[in-house]
Design a protein around this ligand. Structure first.
Ligand code: UDP
Length: 313
């Protein structure tokens, strides 16, 4: 039997690089594609030289050419933190729309299965809590975050259209806040910001009064869920996230305790349209994929701290 081939767009990013590791360990040949605007070769340098791994620097908003057969495409290319997509609004819209179109076109051409990295952001600032996949969301289309949210909503629509009209085998994962090694220290998200600030003894910047909630998933759990979804026959979106919910203020305190830092918490203005709550309903993932998170936050944060200690030196 010949080895299976997977293309991972955004493969040099935080999630893409962990997926590259997982699919290689599962015996796949991995083609990692990235334009390196937010991804980094340092996330995949341990894979260079591995015969089962290939890196192509390419912007997937342009025509994608891959030689030979493909079994699976994981479409993970996109700026993914609020700071990144505020700095790169047009690229964010383009990769979610044009990039998804190109990746789906390639899936159709190669007769490959396609898995879209969607997001809990499709629920916007949710009026239903926790969020099941059947909730249509509350997104401000013209707000600053809209460039990401709407691009991903468009990407879901495009994915379903390729499934319905071209018969492409598609999967959609809605990813909730995920953390772990290889997050960029300066990506502006709560976890890397708080960890770096705590380790450097700087003030911890909580936005608003910190009463907004998130539900943080350890990266290994997410990768497991995605692997199962890719191998399932389920077409509708599936939430993958850890329902352990926490306020951002409490999260900042947890990181201060974990690092033993002397940092103080300071409060800054809450960004516009910042969702007030977020927590996945994972009934569907439990039922369809027999998946649930295994790593709780205290364990996941400990493992993540080791990475940040290495980086903040
Ligand atoms: N946040 C914060 N301080 C920071 C960065 C983020 O208080 O330095 C807050 C942010 O306003 C949001 C939450 O932490 O309420 C999670 O933000 P993140 O950017 O990690 O992800 P989001 O879920 O908003 O996409």
């Amino acid at each position: 039997m010949s080895e299976k081939k997977v293309l991972i767009t955004g493969g040099a990013g935080f999630l893409g690089s962990h997926l590259s590791d997982r699919f290689i360990s599962e015996g796949y040949h991995v083609i990692c594609m990235d334009n390196l605007i937010t991804g980094s070769t340092s996330n995949i340098e341990h894979l260079f030289g591995n015969k089962a791994f290939q890196f192509i620097e390419h912007d997937v908003t342009n025509y994608i050419h891959v030689k030979g057969d493909l079994d699976l495409i994981l479409h993970f290319a996109s700026p993914a933190s609020p700071i990144d997509y505020l700095e790169m609004p047009i690229q964010t819209l383009k990769v979610g729309s044009l990039g998804t179109h190109k990746a789906l076109g390639l899936a159709k051409e190669k007769n490959a299965r396609f898995l879209l990295a969607s997001t809990s952001e499709v629920y916007g600032d949710p009026l239903v809590h926790p969020q099941p996949e059947t909730y249509w969301g509350n997104v401000n289309p013209i707000g600053f975050r809209g460039v990401y949210d709407e691009a991903k909503r468009f990407a879901e629509a495009m994915t379903m259209a390729y499934h319905r009209y071209h018969g492409v085998e598609t999967r959609i994962v809605r990813i909730f806040n995920t953390y772990g090694s290889r997050m960029r220290l300066d990506d502006g998200r709560a976890l890397p910001t708080f960890m770096s600030q705590a380790l450097e003894g700087k003030d911890i910047t909580v936005f608003g009064d910190g009463s907004q909630s998130r539900s943080f998933t350890f990266v290994d759990d997410l990768v497991e869920g995605i692997f199962r979804l890719a191998n399932s026959d389920y077409v509708e979106p599936v939430n993958i996230g850890n329902p352990q919910e926490i306020t951002i203020l409490e999260f900042a305190r947890e990181i201060i305790r974990l690092t033993g830092s002397k940092s103080k918490i300071i409060y800054k203005e809450l960004p516009k349209d910042d969702p007030q709550v977020r927590k996945p309903d994972i009934s569907r993932a439990r039922e369809i994929l027999d998946w649930e998170p295994r790593v709780d936050r205290s364990e996941g944060l400990k493992r993540t701290l080791e990475y940040f200690q290495e980086k903040v030196k």
